[in-house]
Design a protein around this ligand. Structure first.
Ligand SMILES: Nc1ncnc2c1ncn2[C@@H]1O[C@H](COP(=O)(O)OP(=O)(O)OP(=O)(O)O)[C@@H](O)[C@H]1O
Ligand SMILES: [Mg+2]
Length: 190
């Protein structure tokens, strides 16, 4: 059963297994297209598992081929549908652990977070990478804040709650949050 189709991937459900495949994109030059799809698939498999080793809940990956991942289906609700200050605080703690462990998610939207048995599960690591800079962490947090502003009521409250969680788990949180303000200001003048 197909349960989702994003810009890049097709998600199907087969029992308790989620299959995420990246079909060919005809608007890209074929060789480049294969390279991008393989790179994102392998990256997603590797970093989803690495994040799990840091103590962040992510799906267990069960199989990887060039253009396709199989992983555990996470039962729960998308944060997009149920976000609250308390959940946003948990997101902050989770993202802080990820960042202090050296991983940037790359697409921190509430569509890529599932509340499962009281914990935040992060999915969709196809654009993730290893980096510990204040700038990269700042951009990641900025993307989350933008999602709150564009798709949720009372974004201020949700942002403040995120910060409460994030400062607990990322030792360089203060510098990152300062950078988020600068990134936002930069965006206004571009
Ligand atoms: N392991 C999983 N368990 C439960 N639901 C999942 C799982 N993986 C994906 N989904 C559901 O499918 C949707 C799309 O998956 P995902 O975010 O990984 O792909 P995408 O946004 O299309 O991908 P990409 O950004 O890599 O093109 C998610 O928002 C979620 O609802
Ligand atoms: Mg997604």
């Amino acid at each position: 059963m197909e349960i989702g189709r994003g810009a890049e991937a097709v998600i199907t459900l087969d029992g308790d297994t989620v299959k995420k495949s990246r079909p060919a994109k005809s608007y890209r030059q074929p060789e480049l297209d294969r390279r991008i799809r393989t790179e994102r698939t392998l990256r997603e498999a590797r970093i989803t598992s690495e994040a799990r080793r840091l103590g962040v809940l992510t799906p267990i990956i069960s199989d990887v081929t060039r253009f396709e991942l199989k992983m555990e289906r996470i039962e729960g609700e998308k944060l997009k549908d149920i976000i609250s200050p308390e959940l946003s605080r948990m997101v902050g703690e989770t993202v802080g652990i990820l960042h202090s462990g050296g991983i940037i998610h790359g697409d921190l939207t509430t569509s890529n977070m599932i509340l499962s048995r009281g914990r935040i599960c992060l999915i969709d690591f196809g654009l993730s990478y290893y980096e510990k800079t204040v700038e990269a962490q700042g951009v990641d947090v900025h993307v989350y804040f933008q999602t709150l502003e564009s798709t949720h009521d009372r974004p201020r409250e949700l942002m403040e709650a995120f910060v409460d969680g994030y400062i607990k788990t990322n030792p360089q949180a203060e510098a990152v949050l300062q950078r988020v303000k600068e990134i936002k200001a930069r965006g206004r003048y571009l």
